[in-house]
Design a protein around this ligand. Structure first.
Ligand code: ADP
Length: 996
């Protein structure tokens, strides 16, 4: 590569040619115009407006990022020889191609648009510049015609490609890369604008360039135009390249097709040659392949073999499944008539020997050998037989024979063996196909049967379907027997090919029901859950059977020859059994695979039956659930009515305490609406402010429903609430109880409240009256008593009679005083004014003292059973005196004069127990719970000795007094035998502070 440009070596051709072109720039007139339009270069060649000394060489402002002074010239050779770039160039297939109009048009367009005398499309090869098109350089082009090559060194284009971006040279004579080269000083072209041609793969393969004769400042628009022209050139190149590649590809495909055609042609010729060689064999194979049904196949095969081998007789014998005997499956010729009955044991006779030895046999004279089938000897003379073998399995024998003496040749034997090999494969395929066909048929049958069976939910209909499904496909006769709930067996469905016989079979089974415990085959199947198969009913079978005579007759009349009984089993339960039989008419004999099929069918039928039973069970359960639901709804409605009709408030809650029901009176008692009353109690707690009778607030957990949810039953809860609307206090009496489910678990609670405000008011009035009356009575009575005693003493002193009257008066006054005292005590108790004076008290001496008083007053004996030692309690002596006097006077009063009354005192643990026993009429059991209520008197109990019926207050006061001492009182009584009242008080040592 020469580089005259910079080295002063001989000038490059390009420069040379460019120098020549100087004398005749194309369209010099236009050039003059251009110069007129554009800034003319100055005398020193500089472009006006250039910024610096090197300004004439400055690149276009858009390329100013690369400072030309700092950058040296690019490495032209390295860029030109880049292997990838060269490969990209080679793929365009443009190098060394003649000029083309489309490229020339582009360069002409370039000259016009850029107003230059010359434009080029160049390709930069490894060591040369190839001019694909050069407009305005006709002379040059002519001089290099044929090669159109230029050296790389010093060329603008090579620089542009190496640069990889547009190169703008305003004046080569001033440009740092080119000015050292003298040749530019003589070249007609001194200015250049070039844009590299960069393909889609990124490689610059050449450039689009424009040249001018005068130094020139290229404008932005011109650079743009040059870029567009370069882009158009690239598009042209790439389109051409793609078109060229497509053409090459098509050519390759054509060649490949021709090659394949040739192959096919060769292969066909080979195949045809082979086909013609084995024509006979092909006939056999065709036959083998064209028939998948075994019988058709064998018939065709023997016919072909007979004609190919020209023999009188052909027979194909197949080995049975157990491999024990050969049976003639197909024969053609003399043996044809006897074929059906020929069964030859494996290893025996000619065919048996061929099968066992797997060797072909040629027999010239059959009379000389041992045969199993005598027919062979009688009618035939010569025989050739070969084994039928598939994959090392002998499946049968094929033999051909002649009625006249004949010697079968080795070639004939080989041909027959070839035929046999193909035949064996075909038979094997056909057998498999047959088995598959049967299996498919069976599957289809089972699928259809399954659909039919599940299409009904009627138990009897399912069985009927089942019986019908089996006849005549699976048998001539079918019966279905079902085990009933009672354990007996009933025949529910029968089907027969002859519909007339259906009723006959039914009738027979009605007359001879099967005993499930008997030896009857059906009973045995039902017990074992396993199927029974009798392939062939023999006379021996009938002789040893357990069937009745009539049944045996029926078997004969029906002409049964084979049967099976298959149980209908679901999980572990046997529902019944299906009996299938064939008659001598069809002559069909059942085999294991038939049983397997019926078992499958039975399984589906059993499922369908179970399904139906479940469905009916579910329906029944649903009906009873509906009935229960209806009854419950009725009961709920009744309960609603009852609850609403109850005049008291009724409140019901669930286990969590949420109100589930409140009746109208229940809401009205509290002054709430039902909706409000159904809210959780906390929502209206502050509205009703529940309080105890003494005014203390009731904690939520002590509210009736809360207590009931803890399992507590109460009947006497009294409390006060504030009526939400009126604001008045309402006194309520409540009872409550838990609601339990069948298992005893608490699932809710109920409370009933009644308004006792009016009652309370009356009781208060009565108490007030009692208090006032007893106080008012007490004062005159006391005066009366004192005056009577004074009068009594004066009468005694004066000795005037009438003392007994005074005694009676005094007695009456004492009784009256006691009554008034009782009333006063009640009033004190009710108003909480009863006070006790507690001090150590010896109960033993108190008992002695009180008993003595009672004895004196009543003039009766009281038996005492007392401890010797003093028994100390902390008590109010007067009040315990009152308790004892009350109980002893009752015992005396309510028992006959002559019966004893006993007072016993004993220590029990930390307590002392005083028991007062009488032998009076006793108290009925139902009265005992009310005994200690105010004003209660046991109906029918009469005073038996002494005088005066009380007010029914004594026991009430007694209990109050005992309980306020921290003790307890209880009564036991047996009507007719007497009563025991027991008072328990804590001993002084153990006594906690009593309720004073
Ligand atoms: P009273 O003052 O009427 O006797 P109490 O409160 O003492 O009142 O007794 C209440 C009722 O209990 C009596 O009216 C009587 O019917 C019955 N009663 C009390 N003690 C006995 C007893 N020992 N035997 C039979 N009945 C009795």
């Amino acid at each position: 590569m020469r580089d005259q440009h910079f080295t002063g070596e001989p000038r490059s051709d390009e420069q040379e040619l460019l120098a020549k072109g100087k004398s005749r720039p194309r369209d010099s007139a236009r050039s003059g115009q251009r110069q007129g339009r554009r800034a003319r270069p100055s005398a020193n060649g500089r472009v006006p407006g250039a910024k610096d000394d090197a300004g004439t060489a400055a690149r276009h402002p858009r390329d100013a990022t690369r400072a030309p002074a700092a950058d040296g010239p690019p490495d032209l050779m390295a860029s030109a020889r880049n292997a990838d770039r060269l490969e990209a160039l080679r793929r365009t297939a443009l190098l060394d191609t003649p000029a083309e109009v489309s490229y020339d048009r582009l360069t002409q367009l370039g000259c016009k648009l850029l107003a230059t005398p010359a434009a080029l499309v160049t390709l930069v090869d490894a060591d040369r510049l190839f001019l694909k098109s050069a407009c305005g350089l006709e002379e040059l082009e002519e001089s290099v015609r044929g090669g159109r090559e230029l050296p790389l060194r010093g060329s603008f284009c090579a620089h542009t490609v190496a640069l990889g971006e547009p190169l703008v040279v305003a004046d080569a004579r001033e440009h740092p890369w080119f000015r050292g080269d003298e040749s530019w000083h003589t070249s007609p072209f001194v200015t250049y604008l070039g844009v590299p041609l960069i393909l889609a793969n990124g490689h610059a393969i050449g450039c689009f360039g424009a040249l001018d004769v005068q130094p020139r400042q290229w404008t932005d628009d011109e650079v743009h135009l040059a870029r567009d022209l370069a882009a158009t050139t690239v598009t042209l190149i790439e389109l051409r390249t793609a078109a060229e590649e497509a053409r090459l590809h098509t050519e390759g495909a054509e060649q490949e097709r021709a090659r394949l055609l040739q192959h096919e042609h060769d292969a066909r010729a080979l195949a045809e040659a082979a086909t013609s060689r084995f024509e006979a064999l092909q006939a056999v194979s065709d036959t083998a392949l064209s028939h998948l049904a075994l019988d058709d196949l064998l018939r065709e095969l023997v016919a072909r073999v007979r004609s190919i081998m020209s023999v009188d007789n052909v027979a194909i014998l197949l080995l049975d499944a157990e491999g024990r005997e050969l049976r003639v499956r197909t024969a053609l010729g003399l043996e044809e008539e006897v074929a059906a009955g020929v069964h030859i044991p494996y290893g025996k006779g000619v065919a048996g020997h061929i099968a066992a030895s797997r060797q072909p046999v040629i027999i010239d004279d059959l009379s000389q050998v041992e045969v199993y089938n005598p027919f062979l000897k009688e009618k035939l003379v010569s025989l050739l037989g070969v084994p039928l073998v598939v994959e090392d399995r002998v499946i049968g024998v094929i033999h051909v024979s002649a009625a006249a003496p004949r010697h079968f040749t080795q070639q004939e034997q080989e041909l027959l063996q070839l035929v046999a090999d193909r035949t064996a494969i075909a038979i094997d395929h056909s057998t498999l196909y047959e088995a598959e066909r049967v299996a498919r048929q069976r599957l289809a049958f089972l699928a259809e049967a399954g659909m039919t069976l599940v299409s009904s939910l009627d138990y009897a209909a399912i069985l009927d379907h089942l019986a019908r499904l089996t006849v005549p496909g699976l048998g001539d006769w079918c019966a279905i027997d079902v085990v009933q709930d009672a354990g007996n067996v009933e025949r529910l469905a029968v089907a027969h090919v002859d519909p007339v016989k259906v009723e006959q079979v039914m009738e027979l089974s009605r007359r001879h029901p099967v005993d499930p415990q008997s030896q009857h085959p059906l009973a045995a199947v039902l017990r074992s859950h396993r199927p029974l198969l009798v392939s062939e009913i023999t006379h021996g079978d009938l002789a040893t059977t357990t069937l009745s005579e009539e049944e045996l007759d029926a078997v004969q009349v029906l002409g049964l020859c084979s049967f099976m009984i298959v149980p209908l089993v679901t999980r572990d339960r046997v529902l019944g059994a299906i009996t299938l039989a064939t008659t001598s008419e069809s002559g069909r004999r059942y085999r294991d695979e038939d049983v397997a099929l019926v078992e499958e069918l039975a399984r589906r039928a059993a499922l369908a039956v179970e399904n139906a039973q479940l469905y009916h069970g579910t329906q029944a359960a649903l009906r009873s659930v509906e009935e229960i639901a209806e009854r419950l709804a009725q009961q709920a409605a009744q309960l609603d009515t009852i609850i609403e009709a109850i005049p008291d408030g009724v409140y019901v809650c669930d286990a969590e305490g949420m109100r589930s029901r409140v009746n109208a009176p229940g809401a009205a008692l509290l002054g709430l609406t039902i909706e409000q009353a159904l809210q959780p109690i906390a929502a209206y707690w502050d509205l009703i402010r529940p309080r105890n009778l003494d005014g203390t607030p009731i904690p939520v957990e002590d509210f009736p429903l809360s207590q009931a949810l803890r399992g507590i039953i109460r009947t006497d809860i009294r409390f006060i609430v504030c009526h939400h609307i009126s604001g008045d206090d309402v006194h309520l009496l409540a009872s409550c109880a838990p609601i339990r489910n069948a298992a005893g678990v608490i699932t809710g609670a109920v409370a009933v409240c009644s308004d006792i405000s009016e009652l309370q008011r009356l009781e208060r009035q009565k108490d007030e009256f009692l208090s006032v009356a007893s106080h008012e009575l007490k004062t005159p009575l006391t005066s009366l008593k004192i005056l009577t005693q004074l009068a009594h003493r004066q009468l005694q002193r004066t000795g005037i009679g009438g003392l007994e009257h005074m005694d009676r008066m005094e007695h009456s006054i004492i009784r009256m005083e006691r009554l008034v005292n009782d009333l006063l005590d009640v009033s004190r108790i009710e108003s909480g004014r009863l006070a006790l004076r507690l001090e150590p008290l010896d109960l033993v001496s108190l008992c002695r003292h009180v008993a003595a008083e009672q004895m004196a007053a009543s003039e009766r004996e009281i038996a005492l059973e007392l401890p010797r030692e003093p028994t100390i309690v902390r008590a109010d002596a007067d009040r315990i005196d009152q308790v004892l006097a009350n109980l002893l006077s009752n015992a005396l009063k309510y028992s006959p004069q002559e019966r004893p009354v006993t007072l016993t005192v004993r220590i029990e643990a930390a307590n002392v127990v005083m028991a007062i026993r009488d032998e009076g009429s006793g108290i009925p059991q139902e009265a005992l719970p009310h005994l200690f209520e105010r004003f209660y008197r046991v109906p029918g109990v009469q005073v038996q000795s002494g005088s005066g019926v009380g007010l029914g207050l004594g026991l009430y006061i007694t209990r109050e007094l005992v309980e306020r001492h921290g003790g307890q009182i209880r009564a036991e009584s047996t009507p007719g035998f007497g009563t025991i009242f027991s008072v328990t008080l804590p001993l002084a040592d153990a006594q906690p502070s009593p309720l004073a």
